[in-house]
Design a protein around this ligand. Structure first.
Ligand code: HEM
Length: 426
């Protein structure tokens, strides 16, 4: 009974979030639009509203603040969005070699600090956060990250992802410390910031894109990848082969996509055929894990070799979103940087972890980093028992804090109030 609690709580939490949207939210794939038409609907030109008109936006704005109104992910289409998206592309550009070398250097720097014993116990997400804090700091400011800045970035990113996963409440004061720091450093960034944004909005843009989304997504992605490697040592042994590494990454993203649901608000009527129409103002929820589980033999099994006979381009596989509808701007950078970071980790230690690996990974990925490959079995048994207990406890915490935050966000109505004032947002 207790072992089934976490899955039930996840399902219940998903229902609570769906309800926040009201009755016009529809989740795909479903009986009406199955996996074969999922990408057609997702990529439809009228499926392009981002925040205005969805109850769910209040919740995301609550988690992303400060500055959700200028977060690229939540800006409505228009000149301001174009300006912001162009700036992001400029900051994330660079040669593959340089982007990978920076990831290797930042990983080495952090690992040298952390790995001081023969066996080091870590939470993988926490291990990786300072790495990506240093990485994105250097992409933004063009110089190595001072410790003070790293601590502020990690404090902020950790607060965002902890509240997003409902394992803790959000702490606006902690986030504001980074805002103040970035305001002072605004003149020092490597590239011009979006001219359509005020100075305060530029600070929020930096904070939201590079020191929230980038750091959180890369740390989560690395936690999934390293945990999968810890639990599949035969896979870890082969990752020096670039082609095989790409398969491992595809399989990790397929089973553990970072987005559970991405939503869009239709800005005009959509008619896929005579029976399948959606009026303007519908909230379309695209369920990544459900879509990624269709069209594969034994979809719940972690099997990188399945990609030898499957082309990622034609499979039901959209880890970075849909090319036709605002995909991730770090589509090229992320795999390169993750490959360099992973090799840097595996050059130093072997990974061992018996914990439950779920997509939401509320445990942050407990893992042992072992220098000479041997680990006493009692340590793994202890870890497993501890993880099972923590899993049950965290699922209750998530339900309670998740409900509290949904209600608080509903009361604050950050997105609703912003659009009520009928401010020009394009
Ligand atoms: C492995 C790492 C990552 C994965 C799997 C990932 C995944 C995604 C996905 C699926 C979307 C599209 C969601 C939708 O359709 O609504 C997205 C959007 C976005 N991602 Fe990433 N992401 C990653 C890393 C990053 C990084 C490093 C950045 C750094 C800036 C970033 C910035 C963004 C932004 C700004 C958007 C919004 C794009 C827009 O609306 O124009 N992501 N990401």
């Amino acid at each position: 009974m207790l072992s089934r609690l976490p899955a039930r709580v996840v399902a219940l939490r998903a229902k609570v979030f769906e309800k926040v949207n009201g009755d016009n939210a529809i989740t795909f794939p479903n009986a009406q639009v199955g996996p074969e038409r999922f990408e057609e609907l997702y990529g439809h030109p009228a499926a392009n509203g981002r925040s205005r008109g969805a109850g769910l936006s209040d919740l995301f704005w609550y988690w992303l603040s400060p500055g959700p109104e200028v977060h690229q992910e939540h800006l409505e289409a228009g000149p301001r969005y174009d300006d912001v998206a162009r700036t992001t592309r400029t900051f994330l550009a660079g040669s593959s070699e340089a982007l990978a070398a920076l990831a290797a250097r930042c990983t080495a720097h952090v690992l040298d600090e952390v790995i001081t014993e023969r066996v080091t116990r870590v939470r993988l997400r926490d291990l990786m956060m300072p790495v990506w804090a240093e990485y994105f700091y250097e992409l933004v400011f063009g110089e190595p990250c001072p410790r003070e800045a790293r601590d502020l970035i990690v404090g902020h990113a950790d607060d965002v992802v902890t509240s997003l996963k409902c394992t803790g409440l959000r702490h606006p004061a902690r986030r504001a410390k980074l805002t103040r720091y970035l305001r002072e450093r605004l003149p020092d960034v490597r590239h011009p910031l979006p001219r359509t944004l005020s100075e305060t909005e530029q600070v929020h843009y930096l904070q939201g894109t590079y020191f929230n989304t980038a750091v959180v997504q890369m740390s989560e992605a690395m936690a999934h990848l390293l945990l999968a490697l810890a639990q599949h040592p035969e896979v870890a042994e082969r990752i020096d082969d670039d082609r095989y590494f790409a398969h491992v990454l595809d399989e990790t993203f397929r089973l553990y996509p970072l987005f559970g649901i991405a939503h869009r608000i239709t800005t005009a009527d959509i008619s896929l055929d005579e029976q399948t129409t959606f009026p303007a103002g519908s909230v379309l929820c695209f369920n990544y894990p459900a879509y990624h589980a269709t069209g594969y033999a034994d979809p719940q099994r972690f099997d990188p070799d399945r990609w030898q006979s499957t082309a990622a381009r034609t499979a039901h596989h959209i880890p970075f979103g849909i090319a036709a509808n605002r995909p991730c701007p770090a589509w090229r950078l992320s795999p390169l940087a993750m490959r360099a970071a992973t090799r840097e980790v595996l050059r130093r230690v072997t990974l061992h972890s018996p914990v439950t690996h779920t997509r939401s990974l509320p445990s942050r990925g407990p893992c042992l980093l072992v220098r000479d490959g041997r680990v006493p079995s009692w340590r793994l048994t202890l870890m497993r028992v501890r993880d099972r207990c923590e899993d049950v406890w965290l699922s209750v915490v998530q339900l309670v804090l998740g409900t509290a935050m949904v209600l608080h966000a509903h009361r604050l109505r950050l997105a609703g109030r912003y659009f009520d004032t009928d401010r020009e947002i394009s």
